[in-house]
Design a protein around this ligand. Structure first.
Ligand code: SD4
Length: 349
């Protein structure tokens, strides 16, 4: 007769083995309950509130980030995302977006035109195709086949500003946003990561990218691992700023790997910025990188290369005033929680 301790050991290892054999989704599903948390780049408050409403209703983090990003995508006054986004130098609005769930499932569209909600096309790429990324005309064709409508995204205002820009032909974006004229209310590229009450992590990004970019330029926002990365067992990260820098350092993936190594989200963001500054061939004084992270416990952090990176985070009512690195400059009560506006700490003065 086997001795009891050996029997226990066998039972235990069998259970662990069965768990390891489960696909990631089932593994995550057996895991935990969590407090919901959502965090987004810039003052994307409306987007965050839409996402939060899904989370406090017990919804799925993936649905939350998608619903959140629909807000800036449809807002003609947000000149860095979707409708009303600034065009490329040829006057065409081209959009980049991606989405990723807790099971390493992801979808992405780059340089897509005429479609109001690229994040939802990215989700369709994830759910309806064996691919991860579609670009340009192919992405639009896929979207139209999926029933998305063709929409003219170039608003009168954006067109007028582009025509004025042609006169100066100045390529360089401002450090903190493409909207030099509205610095107090920037909501710029929207990167959002969230964890729901079942402990499922997801994230998404949406942008019209670098204003007046070369036709065909793609930034970090649709690149899995650069503008966004999610590992359901570890955490999630997203980025904003000069996309070329996030691509060359695989910024979001770097952050998640540092969290896997044991760093808290705040420290992981800071180290990723320090690394970026060390390795970039670009003059660091001319670029911005704003990074956000969230781990599987719901802890979060943000860090930037330069002053001026604002982010928003939604936390449940039960939360004490959160201890954040950086300065809380605003708070708004929302259903079942509070949205805090935070000025992220930064590396360069
Ligand atoms: C890009 N990272 O296309 C985006 C731009 C951005 O706030 O984040 N702007 O490079």
């Amino acid at each position: 007769m086997p001795n009891p301790s050996r029997r226990d050991f066998l039972k235990r290892t069998a259970a662990v083995g069965a768990l390891a054999a489960l696909p990631g989704s089932a593994r995550a599903a057996t895991k935990r309950r969590s407090r919901p948390v959502a965090i987004a780049t810039w003052k994307n408050r409306g987007a965050l509130e839409a996402a939060w409403n899904v989370l406090v209703s017990g919804g799925y983090a993936l649905d939350a980030v998608e619903a959140g990003l629909h807000i800036p995508e449809a807002d003609p006054n947000d000149h860095s995302v979707g409708l009303g986004g600034r065009p490329d130098r040829d006057g065409r609005v081209t959009l980049d977006s991606c989405i990723m769930d807790e099971r390493h499932r992801c979808g992405s569209v780059a340089a897509i035109e005429d479609i109001l909600h690229p994040v939802s096309v990215a989700r369709k790429v994830m759910e309806e195709t064996p691919h991860v990324m579609l670009v340009g005309d192919g992405a639009r064709q896929f979207a139209l086949e999926q029933g998305f409508e063709r929409t003219n995204l170039l608003t009168e205002q954006s067109e007028q500003e582009w025509r004025e820009w042609i006169e100066t032909n100045d390529y360089l974006p401002a450090i903190n946003n493409e909207r030099r004229d509205w610095p107090d209310d920037n909501h710029d590229t929207c990167g959002m990561i969230a964890i729901d009450s079942e402990g499922r992590l997801s994230g998404a990004c949406t942008t019209s990218g670098w204003a007046y970019k070369l036709r065909g330029r793609v930034g970090d926002s649709p690149i899995i691992g650069a503008g966004l990365f999610v590992d359901g067992e570890i955490g999630a990260a997203t980025a904003t700023g000069h996309g070329e820098e996030m691509i060359r350092t695989a910024a979001a993936h770097t952050i998640v790997e540092r969290m896997r190594g044991g760093l808290a989200p705040q420290e992981a963001c800071q180290q990723a910025v320090e690394h970026l500054r060390r390795v970039t061939p670009t003059d660091p004084a001319t670029i911005q990188a704003g990074l956000l992270a969230l781990d599987e416990k719901g802890d979060f952090g943000g860090f930037a290369l330069q002053r001026g990176f604002t982010y928003v985070v939604a936390l449940p009512d039960s939360e004490r005033e959160p201890s954040v690195k950086g300065e809380i400059t605003g708070r708004v009560a929302v259903r079942g929680g509070t949205i805090y506006v935070v000025e992220a700490p930064y590396l360069l003065g």
